[in-house]
Design a protein around this ligand. Structure first.
Ligand SMILES: [Zn+2]
Length: 120
């Protein structure tokens, strides 16, 4: 490798390492938010706040488990499958993307979990 390319490679490597550090920090913050949301959701029906789609995707917890309060059916929805506003709360999937197959949308859906893998 000629000597004149060396500084450019070192600069590219330094930028790559900085980006990896930022990605790791964003993942850690997002994971904290998702864990807090899940902890609060496990103790009551409502967590009191909704994480954004961007946060959930950054935390790699993109599987949303939705319970139909009418029939008790649980369905999983993958948030990666459709492009959505990353600033929107995950609650938008209840209104726009979920319809209980048993009740044909007459039941009231509720988000019960977020996870890295589908529940079934
Ligand atoms: Zn249902």
């Amino acid at each position: 490798m000629p000597e004149r390319y060396k500084p450019a490679r070192e600069e590219a490597l330094r930028l790559k390492i900085q980006q990896m550090d930022r990605d790791r920090a964003a993942y850690g913050e997002a994971l904290l938010i998702v864990r807090q949301f899940l902890a609060r959701l496990s103790t009551s029906k409502s967590a009191g706040f909704w994480p954004t789609i961007g946060t959930v995707l950054a935390a790699k917890h993109h599987w949303v488990s939705i319970l139909c309060e009418s029939c008790g059916g649980v369905a999983d929805l993958d948030l990666r499958m459709k492009r959505r506003d990353p600033e929107a709360s995950i609650r938008v999937v209840l209104k726009d993307d979920f319809r209980c197959p048993r009740c044909n949308g007459h039941g009231r859906p509720r988000i019960v979990s977020l996870s890295k893998l589908p529940s079934r």
